[in-house]
Design a protein. Structure first.
Length: 401
């Protein structure tokens, strides 16, 4: 939460590209340091710093996605990139099966190797980030139009070299006043006065999906070990299909967010996720599912829920003005993480401690109700942002006319 707010604020001030490297470096160093923790306090400090880097990553990445991807498939691209988290989750699950096997590595070394390998993989991303230029939109706002033109020429020349024909057409224009930063009172005005309906939608979507996800994902291993007697070292096998379903949802459904439209698809994925969770919760409470069938049920649910959660990030990153995009993402991410990342694991940890399936049923039902409520709010107040330029969805605060 704190990392998102701090780095989100800096992303709008210092630029997308610069924060790309800062946030990833914080994450890499903190994750690698976790592998060398010497007691619980040091472990907690390094995980705190890792979380700060992750929070900052969301703001920098989501801002850049919106400002580079063509409007006609911005939704699909955004969902796939957000969903690619689960490729990493699948790799992590597979790695844990090997690294946490006491027959291969002593228990006191296996978990350390897992954290360290995670940071090594991140180095590959650090190199790839060097290929991504600064956002031309951010450069224009900050009085650097010549640099923005150079980047656009580079992108267009690359398309021409690959055989694409670019139309030479007159595009809509408007004047911008360059600015070094946006005052916080202007951010407040935009979020809670000018675009208060959009803020309501964003908070509803982010809070619902955060509670829903954290309620299940962060307690998944506990459910398997406490209620299905699965060995902790074997949990990775059950996380693999769960992760695959989470990635396939955005991949296969994402195109519909650009063709069918944002509002109907967001409402549909949220509603289906809520209804399927309520049904699965009832079966879990009745104790009619095995560990395998419980995993199948979660995989189906999160095929839709992953697309829904990714669409929440899409919504908050494309429906607010350019000057406050990163900070808006950070704000919604922080609120969602506060509700879902703190509230849900705490609540479900307590419910699991009761050993009662009925108690857990009540918790899952709460998550289902939140998703259904968010679906109705999106259908009523959502913005039809599909296939529209960002400036048509939200006029920049620095627009002069």
């Amino acid at each position: 939460m704190l990392g998102a707010l701090l780095f989100g604020w800096l992303t709008d001030r210092l630029g997308r590209k610069r924060l790309f490297f800062i946030t990833l470096t914080v994450y890499l160093v903190a994750t690698a340091s976790t592998a060398f923790s010497w007691d619980f306090l040091s472990f907690a400090v390094f995980r705190f710093l890792t979380g700060a880097g992750i929070g900052g990553e969301y703001t920098a990445i989501a801002s850049a996605i919106q400002e580079f991807i063509p409007a006609r498939y911005r939704g699909w691209t955004d969902l796939i990139i957000n969903g690619s988290f689960w490729i990493g989750a699948a790799l992590g699950a597979g790695g844990s099966i090997v690294l946490l096997d006491p027959a291969l590595l002593p228990p006191d070394l296996g978990w350390r190797a897992a954290f360290f390998i995670g940071s090594v993989l991140g180095l590959v991303i650090l190199v790839m980030r060097s290929w991504v230029p600064e956002s031309p939109r951010w450069l224009m706002i900050h009085g650097r139009p010549e640099e923005a033109d150079e980047i656009l020429d580079m992108i267009e020349d690359g398309h021409r070299r690959r055989g694409h024909y670019l139309l030479d057409e007159e595009l809509a224009t408007f004047r911008l006043r360059s600015r070094r930063f946006t005052p916080l009172h202007e951010v407040w005005q935009a979020l809670f006065r000018t675009h208060r309906n959009r803020t309501f939608v964003g908070l509803s979507l982010m809070a619902a999906q955060a509670f829903f996800y954290n309620a299940v994902f962060f307690t998944y291993a506990l459910i398997l070990t406490e209620f299905y007697d699965i060995e902790a070292s074997q949990v990775g096998w059950y996380l693999l299909p769960f992760a695959v379903g989470n990635f396939l949802g955005p991949l296969l459904l994402g195109r519909l967010f650009d063709t069918v439209g944002r509002r109907p698809m967001i409402a549909m994925t949220y509603a289906l996720s809520g209804l399927l969770l309520a049904l699965t919760a009832g079966l879990f409470a009745a104790d009619v599912l095995s560990a395998t069938w419980q995993t199948v049920a979660w995989t189906i649910i999160f095929f839709f829920a992953s697309a829904a959660a990714s669409s929440a990030y899409l919504t908050v990153s494309e429906t607010f003005p350019l000057e406050i995009r990163a900070l808006a993402i950070a704000f919604f991410y922080a609120v969602g993480t506060g509700i879902g990342g703190i509230g849900a694991p705490w609540l479900f940890g307590a419910l699991i401690d009761t050993g009662s399936r009925v108690s857990l049923f009540g918790g899952y039902l709460l998550g289902a109700i939140l998703m259904l409520a968010a679906a109705l709010i999106a259908l009523r107040f959502g913005i039809a942002a599909e296939r529209k330029p960002l400036e048509a969805v939200a006029i920049p605060l620095s627009a002069a006319d």
